[in-house]
Design a binder for this molecule. Structure first.
Ligand SMILES: [Zn+2]
Length: 316
């Protein structure tokens, strides 16, 4: 029997908003550091009135090392990873608890599998002859059957799986943030070299640098908010898949927010069943940018060998 929970599956909207706020805050701190550095940049323009190579790079390198020293963005990203992971685990456990009580076994042998192995072990004397010696053909048969059972076990979830996801996610987020900063530094360098060509006074250089920095921050804030939404959705989707597969869940029901912001492709997937091993066109729920769709786990009670609580589920 294939069933799914009546309990609603949530999207981590509040964490998404919080991460967006954190990353926007970061772009504003970068802005303040850049503005603080304007007097040094103006000096650099004056000192390089006769054009020398690479002085603009040296100037922005200094700004970038200030940013790295003064804002611990890696810690913010890592903290967010941990919160999304904890949030996700709790949600999956809540869903499991609502249907079966207790916590999911996560890759350990389910009662059904244990029963199967138990029945099977009852036959093991078969591969011994009367003297207690092993009969190779029968032992081979036993090993074959045993490996079939083992193969059918849910994927074992390990700390290494989580460590890998964390490493990739944190690195990717750092890269995205640094790419925002690189564009700001490029604009600053452009303003610096433009002003040296025009040979204007210090006050004008300072004003133009401030304009550039403020204008770039406005763009960066929007970009940072978008990165936050996208990255929370993608991480959540991966964690949901890992958790569900480790519980032996092979399929899920696609659930959209059922509002006007749902993209047409996802509207057409709503309430349909998909396999974790075969993502539909565009990927699993949460893969697409700004996607808020969720995956409702479909539990095969015959496979997991547990009886759901009455009224806690619907049949597929
Ligand atoms: Zn969607």
């Amino acid at each position: 029997m294939l069933i799914y929970p009546k309990v609603k599956i949530q999207y981590p909207m509040s964490l998404e908003r919080e991460y967006a706020r954190e990353l926007v805050k970061y772009t504003r701190k970068v802005r303040d550091i850049c503005i603080k550095r304007i007097p040094f940049m103006v000096e650099a323009v004056a000192a390089n009135a006769i054009h020398k190579d690479e002085w603009t790079e040296e100037t922005t390198d200094e700004v970038e090392s200030d940013i790295e020293e003064e804002i611990a963005i890696a810690a913010v990203i890592l903290a967010m990873y941990n919160r999304i992971r904890i949030w996700n685990t709790r949600q999956q456990e809540k869903v499991f608890q609502s249907m079966f009580g207790g916590k999911p076994t996560r890759g350990q042998m389910t009662p059904a599998t244990l029963r199967k192995i138990g029945e099977f072990i009852g036959q093991t004397p078969d591969f011994y002859d009367k003297e207690g010696k092993i009969i190779p053909e029968k032992l081979k048969l036993f090993q074959q059957k045993y490996s079939e059972i083992v193969k059918a076990l849910p994927k074992v979830i390990s700390q290494a799986d989580y460590d890998k996801i964390r490493e990739i996610w944190v690195n990717r987020n750092m890269e995205l943030i640094r790419s925002i900063d690189r564009r700001t530094m490029e604009s600053i360098r452009y303003t610096l070299s433009e002003n040296i060509i025009k040979a204007v006074d210090n006050k004008t250089v300072a004003a133009e640098l401030k304009d550039t920095i403020v204008r770039m921050t406005e763009v960066n804030e929007k970009r940072a908010a978008l990165i936050a939404c996208d990255q929370v959705g993608k991480l959540n989707s991966q964690l949901v898949q890992l958790e569900q597969m480790s519980q032996g869940v092979e399929k899920y029901k696609w659930q959209t927010m059922e509002d006007s912001r749902v993209r047409p492709q996802h509207q057409s997937y709503n309430q349909k069943d998909f396999s974790w091993s075969e993502p539909p066109d565009g990927g699993h729920p949460g893969w697409a940018i700004r996607c808020r769709c969720v995956a409702i786990p479909l539990y095969d009670t015959d496979k997991i060998g547990l009886q759901p609580k009455a009224g806690s589920y619907k049949k597929v």
